[in-house]
Design a protein around this ligand. Sequence first.
Ligand code: CMP
Length: 140
Amino acid sequence: MTTERTFSIIKPDATRRNLIGKIITKLEDGGLRVIAQKKIHLTKEQAEQFYSVHKERPFYNDLVQFMTSGPVVVQVLEGDNAVLRNRELMGATNPADAEPGTIRREYAESLEANSVHGSDSLENAKIEIDFFFGADEIVG
Ligand code: CMP
């Protein structure tokens, strides 16, 4: 087991439905620790840059619009194998494919409004954490 840090977003569909606490409970019960967190409203520029890897995909514009449609909670999570553990706790991207008990299966509304984002690799976790947090905001 290695202690890792990963990056997480509680998306606008979840903040709108007052699900922040329920999602954090799933993360904590699953063995992850919130070591940084803030509620923000992404600008169009931030959302475009954050999801720039998907720029050529047909869902990109809708995704940017959705992610700026309300507040989000950005987080740094720490724990054993945190990148993989968070992805297990989130479940598949499409809630219809997500395992019972996962965050997306229980709370997501659709493939787009899927309640949470989590880094897909340790390398991307570092990039995503640095995009939103300064070192002085992370309290491990
Ligand atoms: P996320 O983990 O935040 O990364 C990109 C997001 O794009 C993804 O979750 C989904 O919410 C959204 N998305 C919308 N349509 C698709 C699609 N067809 N395939 C993958 N992701 C999609």
